[in-house]
Design a protein around this ligand. Structure first.
Ligand code: SAM
Length: 246
């Protein structure tokens, strides 16, 4: 059986080092998620980051809200090893949980979860897995809780979808050629281009980039029970999807 590409140390180290170059909206989406979070400064909200990788978003959240507690959930040991080092300075306020979002192993946390965030992770789940995950998020959140997913989404029309993917592929190629991305990570990006652009339209399976439209995913949010479901930010292949539990 081949190793899932996110589970090698090279891939985790490469992504951790180059994420903000590979992903042209990486910092902007983090900024927006922080802006939309609007946590209370005085209460110790529990924030869960699904597919939180090496803990970069959680680090910013715990810095911004000194009473918040964070749980980073991810299926990759190499990514979580980096997250544990990055978040060690927050002591007991930060915890890392090795688990798949598909729920074979329970990632739910004790306590009242006020916020669930995620970035560039949930699109790896196929449709039925995504809708089941959004249901678990709804069930876990306390009343008034918020889910914010800053992720890759597809336009409804194929030609527009391919153009958006191709634009990102061109960006990756430029940054690789310019030397901004370590050579050890080039294979990962070439794999992304092969799967998404060269083989555009081929069937996707769980673990691939299973992009779905904003509307489809907001439909999953509503079906899960979220009273309010909207998209407060979008650009190119990315959007922030927000669900609020009444
Ligand atoms: C592109 S990285 C994003 C990491 C982090 N959220 C960030 O923005 O820097 C995708 C992450 O999703 C995780 N991931 C992918 N599929 C997953 C699954 N089914 N369950 C849990 N984590 C998953 C990977 O292990 C990886 O850490």
């Amino acid at each position: 059986m081949t190793t899932y590409r996110w589970n090698t140390t090279d891939f985790a180290t490469g992504y951790d080092g180059a994420a903000d170059i590979v992903h042209p909206r990486y910092v902007e989406i983090q900024d927006e998620i922080l802006r939309l979070l609007a946590l209370d400064n005085d209460t110790g909200a529990i924030v869960v980051d699904l597919g939180g990788g090496s803990g970069k978003l959680m680090e910013r959240i715990l810095e911004r809200w000194p009473k918040a507690q964070g749980v980073v959930v991810d299926q990759s040991e190499p990514f979580l090893a980096i997250a544990e080092r990055r978040l060690a300075r927050f002591g007991e306020r930060a915890r890392c949980v090795l688990a798949r979002l598909q729920g074979e192993r329970d990632w739910r946390v004790p306590g009242s979860v006020g916020v669930i965030v995620s970035m560039s992770a949930i699109h790896h789940l196929e449709p039925v897995e995504k809708s089941a995950l959004y249901q678990r998020c709804f069930d876990l959140l306390a009343p008034g809780g918020v889910l914010l997913n800053g992720d890759e989404v597809r336009p409804g029309v194929d030609a527009e979808y391919l153009a958006t993917l191709s634009k990102w592929a061109d960006h990756m190629r430029r940054e690789m050629a310019g030397g901004a991305i370590p050579a050890a990570f080039h294979g990962a990006l070439e794999g992304w281009i092969e799967r998404n652009v060269t083989r555009f339209g081929h069937p996707k399976k769980s673990g691939d980039d299973c992009h779905e439209t904003i509307e489809t995913q907001l439909g999953y949010f509503r079906a899960a029970g979220f009273e309010s479901a909207d998209c407060p930010w979008r650009a190119d292949l990315w959007a922030i999807l927000r669900g609020t539990k009444g």
